[in-house]
Design a protein around this ligand. Structure first.
Ligand code: PSU
Ligand code: MN
Length: 306
């Protein structure tokens, strides 16, 4: 763990100062900016999420690849660059070195953001939804690298569960196999991103950020490698109708199959089609849940320092 920069890793001075002084820092991903939302809503959202982190007493560290460097903490102008680039790269663990080498603009996935956060010494990370086991994975083998990263990298990821473009049940089984706890914040049920419920159970429910921080600390003291998922349901007033979502997801999955979309393109394609089919309501919901996760992550980062 280093708070310092190197030729390939650039940690913003504000982030370094917070880490050195043991003040709370929250990492934020950038695939959501480059591949997860349309311009300019992606940029507005990324800036808004950083503001939420600050309002909750923590320092935001948006992670991305820019100009041949892995960056921890970027400027508003750089968020604009990420959000408006015409051909950004989606950067997961396997792509990191190439993305730095190529000089391309890269949005880091949950996996790449986690491992970069760990390099910089950041313990808590907020996002919308993590990747998981895709529906039909028994044939396609499409399992997000996010899950393996959770198995090996000691970062807590606050999310709104997993989208039901994925197989939620298989994703939870896979995380159980890897030894990754999925903590439901004030819920017994795994949230499904746009909806608060999924019928699948989380591994444990905790109702306070102090309890969550305690579990994270105990894991650390025991030397248990790997991350923790905190599943924070979308605020009820922003939740979507389950039937409407399931229909859109069914249609998007059918189109992906007809068009032969696979590999790293699968998730952005499905997210894009679902957003188009459900219109601005789903985009609004997405923005709100990310902000809610940023708030909770800031509170957990603060509780970890008490
Ligand atoms: N789920 C969302 N929005 C997203 C992603 C997932 O609701 O933007 C992004 C995240 O960056 C996640 C990545 O890490 O997609 C997973 O991609 P893949 O399934 O190819 O691993
Ligand atoms: Mn995949």
């Amino acid at each position: 763990m280093s708070f310092e920069s190197s030729p390939y890793l650039g940690v913003a001075p504000e982030v370094t100062a917070a880490l050195v002084e043991a003040r709370p820092v929250v990492a934020l991903e950038s695939t959501i900016i480059t591949h997860g939302m349309p311009y300019p809503r992606n940029v507005e959202t990324a800036l808004g999420v950083e503001a939420v982190v600050r309002q909750n007493g923590a320092v935001p560290a948006t992670i991305a690849v820019l100009d041949g460097r892995l960056r921890v903490g970027v400027s508003a102008d750089e968020i604009e660059r990420l959000g408006s680039d015409r051909a950004p790269m989606k950067v997961s663990r396997r792509d990191l070195a190439f993305a730095i080498h190529s000089g391309l603009v890269g949005g880091t996935t949950v996996a790449a953001t986690m491992l970069t956060a760990a390099m910089a010494g950041i313990d808590v990370f907020a996002t919308g939804g993590i990747g998981g086991v895709h529906r039909g994975a028994t044939e396609s083998f499409d399992v997000s690298a996010d899950l393996q990263e959770l198995a090996r990298t000691d970062v807590t990821v606050v999310c709104a569960g997993v989208k039901s473009i994925l197989d939620i049940g298989l994703t939870l089984e896979y995380l159980e196999t890897l030894g990754v706890p999925v903590i439901g914040f004030r819920t017994d049920e795994m949230p499904a991103f746009y909806t608060t419920r999924s019928t699948y159970r989380v591994s444990q429910r905790l109702d306070t950020t102090a309890d969550i921080a305690s579990v994270i600390q105990i894991r650390k003291l025991l030397g248990l490698a790997g991350g923790v998922v905190v599943a924070n349901p979308i605020p009820a007033e922003h939740a979507m109708d389950r039937e409407v979502m399931e229909q859109a997801i069914g249609a998007a999955l059918a189109e992906a199959q007809i068009q032969g979309v696979s590999g790293k393109d699968a998730t952005p394609f499905l997210l894009g089609r679902v957003a188009e089919l459900t219109g601005s309501e789903s985009l609004d919901a997405n923005v709100e849940l990310v902000k809610s996760n940023a708030r909770l992550a800031s509170q957990i980062a603060t509780a970890l320092l008490v």
